[in-house]
Write a protein that binds this ligand. Structure first.
Ligand code: PLP
Length: 386
């Protein structure tokens, strides 16, 4: 259950729908991740794209994480929030000239470069700006993340990274690009990965490609293994904080590195997903011959993951639980059939005005909100407001 009795009463005063963020849980999650990383001398950059809410971002910055950005505006946001430029990386398959110029002007730590042509463009723009661009080469290691096909990114058929067949050519381009300095290698194989064997396979590939470069006389200072650690969408109360120890242990054990080589991570979801929930009100109940529906005042415009990739979120009614349950299709108000949060969800018999919490919505929730149907702007409530 998301709220205690006292919070249940207070939460009724807020206009729905809204994102509810538990800043204490966020604080605890970040502390544990930071501690586990520090113990192994690992560096963690937070992937802003998972959630760039100001309050959450400030907390992440205060705890000493770096920032992993995928657009010029995210780079700017990280800088405005107080992340030092020396801890900002800029990734993404389609960086525009304007974005690259801006990041160069800020002197960010590295660009994660995704194609040979991009490497050439960054070199040209660095020449123009009179600076040296620090880059990591994103290699597509062809590792199957065993996750939903829309969120796997490390297979040969994906658009991300440089395929291994082009590495020889990429290395040649880097050698002749005077204003580009290769800092490291970058990998990111997918998201919501819960099978640690996937990360073990990734380590094997990283070792392989690191050796490949070193055999050709290239120094690799940074091994950036990306993000992708999953969270427990099925049982948010039983597992509110991912097992960071087990995750980092895999890399500690299987990644070959010298004391000079730094290991970098880019975690998004694992740091932020469980601290957020979408709270919504039942507008209408409907019953067909066989089906029961709850029509909520929140829809895919507030939380798109179920409509976008059939994602599962635990759905609960706020308030007293009951033994007897009905199976509801929980739907939103948007004029799209995919605007459905869950089918046949067992819930206590509910009525107009009841509050429903959709859990584990802190990552890729608020950030994907849209104004489709000219919906209201997103509202927030923090646990400190209750
Ligand atoms: C999205 C993304 C991340 C973060 O992924 P999570 O699954 O949220 O940890 C890290 N690195 C890159 C390159 C990404 O695209």
């Amino acid at each position: 259950m998301l709220f205690n009795k006292l919070q249940e009463e207070k939460i009724k005063d807020f206009e729905t729908p809204f994102y509810y963020y538990d800043l204490d849980l966020l604080h605890e999650t970040l502390s544990r991740a930071k501690r586990a990383a520090d113990q192994r001398n690992f560096h963690v950059h937070y992937a802003l794209k998972a959630n760039f809410n100001d309050r959450l971002l400030s907390e992440i910055q205060r705890q000493g994480f770096g920032a992993d950005c995928v657009s010029g505006n995210e780079v700017q946001k990280a800088i405005d929030t107080g992340f030092p430029a020396s801890q900002i990386t800029f990734a993404g398959v389609g960086k525009s000239d304007k974005e690259i110029r801006m990041a160069l002007a800020h002197g960010i730590f590295t660009f994660n470069v995704e194609s040979i042509q991009e490497m050439e463009v960054i070199n040209e723009l660095a020449v123009e700006a009179g600076v040296i661009a620090h880059v990591s080469l994103r290699i597509n290691p062809n590792v199957d993340a065993h996750t939903h096909h829309y969120i796997t990114t490390g297979l040969d058929e994906n658009k991300f990274g440089v395929p291994t067949s082009e590495l020889e050519q990429a290395a040649a381009v880097i050698r002749k690009s005077a204003n580009v300095e290769l800092m490291g290698l970058h990998f990111h194989v997918g998201s919501q990965i819960t099978d640690m064997n996937v990360f073990k396979s990734l380590c094997v590939k990283v070792n392989e490609w690191k050796n490949w470069f070193e055999e050709r006389g290239t120094t690799i200072r940074i091994l950036n293994v990306g993000g992708g650690l999953g969270v427990d969408y099925q049982q948010p109360d039983a597992n509110p904080i991912p097992d960071f120890e087990a995750y980092f242990d895999v890399f500690d054990k299987f990644l070959e590195r010298t004391p000079q080589q730094e290991v970098h991570f880019e975690l998004g979801r694992a740091l932020i997903a469980q601290c957020g929930s979408l709270v919504s009100k039942v507008l209408y109940t409907k019953s067909g011959v066989k089906k029961h529906f709850l029509v909520l005042d929140a829809g895919m415009t507030e939380l798109m993951r179920p409509a976008l990739y059939q994602a599962y979120h635990q759905i609960e009614r706020v308030g007293e639980d009951q033994q007897s349950k009905l199976n509801y299709d929980v739907v939103g108000p948007i004029c799209e059939s995919s605007d459905c949060f869950g089918k046949e969800v067992p819930l206590p018999e509910s009525k107009r005005g009841d509050l429903i919490a959709i859990r584990t919505a802190g990552a890729y929730g608020e950030v994907m909100a849209s104004r489709y149907n000219l919906r209201d702007e997103i509202r927030y409530v923090y646990n400190s407001d209750l």
